[in-house]
Design a protein around this ligand. Structure first.
Ligand code: ADP
Ligand code: ZN
Length: 670
């Protein structure tokens, strides 16, 4: 034996990862980052060396089996980042290390294959390139000054920036040019985008500009594609990494620039261990590697905006669209008045008229609402009985025409996916007056069809995009002018750059606002801004209509006025009153069990222990039922810590393996 090694061992592909100390057999020389095969119980597992020559017991130490790869799979800066993740998000170091190694690498280490000599498997997105006419265009004045300070930071050890600019203001072009400068200086680039499927245009522009140097890393790639892309980065063949959250862990030798596009997107938070937030982790990587970090957004989170005002990041603004197109003037419609006037349609008079005129002029419209299906609930008019999912205790949603494979008129649980059927008689009182209530995309589609019978109408929601390629197909039908109206959920808010769209109507602007979550107003403002931004992208201009029951709410008013600063000031004032981020930090602790009594007992005990231990570092909120209090037959409860140092309370009280611990959660509605 020649020394010892501490190894992060990955038991199975699921299950917890743990660190163990092994002896190093003679003839092998190990460094941190090496992938090794080690004995674990009676089996052989894969693991990554995280430290060498660690103190170990004199006897009983097992030896590592073999080196799985002579090249270390993790670089020194990555191991340091893993330590930061483990400490910040309170997970095992081995879990953080595993998140950095593609599953294919681990699998091959466990059962080595003799062939690492096949043709490269190329992700489809890399084949999609665009012509790159803007490459040599002169930067706008705003881009020029943004690039000036960003490029200065590249030679000065890196710095974090908030690049704040409306869609079309030239942010992506700033990323591209800063990336080119970074490469010239011999360092690598990481670009994070929230959802690859909806951001293919961004990917295509990077491919157009940097060609073979681009590697794509996201979870929807096949294991083989992902492995090949990752290997190209490790080998130094690719040094521009574009991908989702986990692309942050690409093994670049010297990252010099990290871009996070649409920094406000909640998908940057990983919802399983390690529960890291890719934005904060990107900032940490920037500090560790001496890299510049650009967070880009039209609607940054107010926490980020606040940090930029406080000097933690340098704010740079791109105030206008490159094309000089104005943002669409937007009208707020008070739905309470529509009801009073006897209008029971999902379309207000103003929206119906605007839709008719738009179609008559040969233009196009997008209608947005955030609920799929036909109705939100089915209930008995006589006794009020609501047909609910037995496993989740929430109302079944009524779908008039389900996705392929469904029978018409089915009920669906939006929490667990269980199906039900509409009863002919009320199971409670026997009455026959079973009706549906509330509004979903299917119902709006019907109302639009009645208003503009000559138009071709598309529906785009999670049910519709279950068919592969449906998103792209809908885009193509609109782009070519064969369809005139899209009715959809969030999916219409992103990536739909259609110059023919001159009207955006939001059917219900306030449905998210009443949810018990600290980000409810912010998500509302962001979504409304994004969807309104789909209108008026061509020479004919455009307009927006927001229907709401809360016309005075600051999130609705600021979105209609395209006034980010007004929103941020009002939102920060509200956050301050409650001690919500950035004025306090949150930790969400959740537990689940088959019996309500078990969950209650466990939650009461933890909340009491935390109250005892918190000592002014944090308030303890709860215990309370989780937002999804019952899910697929299990009961769920939560405790929330809120304060300046919630982690200090957790240092004194061990939550234990039955609890999930989410530091800096993006929502409390889990
Ligand atoms: P954003 O990322 O903020 O939405 P983009 O970088 O995509 O903005 O720019 C919007 C449009 O303007 C794109 O079509 C882009 O090619 C073009 N564009 C960006 N910068 C310039 C420039 N300096 N000169 C000419 N066109 C530009
Ligand atoms: Zn259910």
């Amino acid at each position: 034996m020649s020394g010892t090694a501490e190894v992060a061992v990955f038991g199975g592909t699921g299950g917890p990862a743990r660190t163990f100390t092994y002896g190093v057999p003679d003839g092998i020389s190990l460094v941190p980052g090496h992938l090794v095969r080690v004995p674990l119980g009676s089996r052989t597992s894969a693991g990554v060396v995280i430290a060498i020559d660690v103190p170990a017991p004199a006897a009983g130490l097992r030896n590592a089996d073999a080196l799985a790869d002579p090249t270390p799979v993790l670089r020194a800066h990555q191991l340091e980042l893993a330590r930061w993740i483990a400490k910040t998000y309170r997970c095992a170091l081995a879990d953080a290390v595993r998140a950095m190694v593609p599953p294919g690498v681990v699998r091959r280490a466990r059962t080595p294959v003799r062939t690492r000599q096949r043709a490269r498997r190329i992700p489809a997105e890399l084949a999609r390139s665009e012509d790159d006419a803007v490459r040599d265009a002169e930067a706008t004045a705003a881009q020029g000054s943004a690039l000036g300070s960003i490029e200065r930071s590249l030679t000065a050890g890196g710095a974090p920036f908030l690049l704040h600019g409306v869609t079309g203001s030239g942010k992506t072009e700033v990323y591209l040019r800063a990336a080119a400068t970074t490469l010239e200086r011999g360092r690598g680039v990481i670009v994070l985008v929230p959802e690859i499927a909806l951001t293919t245009q961004v990917v295509a522009r990077f491919v157009a500009r940097f060609g073979e140097r681009v590697a794509l890393l996201h979870s929807a790639l096949s294991e083989g594609e992902r492995l090949d892309e990752w290997r190209r980065v490790l080998a130094g063949e690719a040094d521009v990494v574009v991908g989702s959250r986990s692309a942050l862990f690409a093994p670049l030798a010297h990252p010099g620039l990290i871009v996070v596009d649409e920094e406000q997107e909640p998908s940057y938070k990983q919802e399983s261990d390690p529960r890291y937030h890719a934005v904060d982790t990107a900032l940490a990587l920037g500090r560790i590697a001496g890299a510049t970090v650009i967070l880009g957004s039209a609607t940054p989170r107010v926490t980020t905006w606040h940090a930029a005002r406080g000097g933690e990041l340098t704010p740079v603004e791109l105030p206008v669209r490159v094309s000089d197109l104005a943002l669409p003037p937007t009208t707020i419609v008070d739905l309470r008045l529509e009801l009073k006037a006897g209008n029971r349609s999902t379309l207000s008079k103003a929206l119906r008229l605007a839709l008719e005129r738009t179609i008559a002029r040969g233009e196009q419209a997008i209608l947005y609402l955030n609920r799929r299906g036909y109705a939100t609930a089915v209930l008995c008019r006589d006794c009020g009985y609501v047909v609910a999912c037995p496993a989740c205790d929430i109302p079944f949603a009524y779908h008039a025409a389900g996705p392929p494979g469904w029978t018409t008129g089915d009920l669906l649980c939006h929490r667990c996916g269980r199906h039900g059927s509409v009863p002919e008689r009320c199971p409670h009182c026997g009455g026959e007056r079973i009706r549906h209530l509330g509004v979903g995309t299917q119902r709006v589609e019907d109302d639009v069809r009645a208003a503009v019978p000559s138009a071709r109408i598309l529906r785009l929601d999670r049910d519709a995009v279950r068919r592969k390629g449906a998103h792209a197909a809908a885009f193509e039908l609109m782009r070519s002018g064969r369809a005139q109206v899209i009715v959809g959920t969030q999916m219409v808010a992103k990536g739909f750059d259609l110059p023919g769209v001159t009207l955006v109507g939001v059917v219900n602007a306030d449905t998210l606002l009443n949810l018990p979550d600290h980000t409810a107003a912010e998500r509302t403002f962001q979504l409304l801004t994004q969807v309104l931004g789909r209108s008026g992208r061509g020479s004919r201009g455009g307009r927006g209509i927001l229907q709401t029951y809360l016309p005075e709410h600051y999130a609705v008013r600021a979105a209609a006025a395209h006034d980010y600063a007004a929103f941020a000031e009002a939102e920060l004032a509200a956050r301050k009153r409650f001690g919500h981020p950035p004025f306090g930090r949150l930790v969400l602790l959740q537990t689940a069990a088959k019996q309500q009594a078990t969950v209650d007992r466990r939650a009461d005990a933890l909340a009491a222990a935390l109250r005892e231990a918190a000592r002014g570092d944090a308030e303890v909120l709860g215990p309370a039922p989780a937002f999804a209090a019952k899910k697929a037959g299990t009961y769920r409860a939560q405790v929330v810590l809120r304060g300046a140092r919630p982690e200090a309370a957790l240092d004194r009280v061990e939550a234990g393996p039955r609890w999930s611990v989410d530091v800096d959660p993006v929502t409390l509605l889990g």
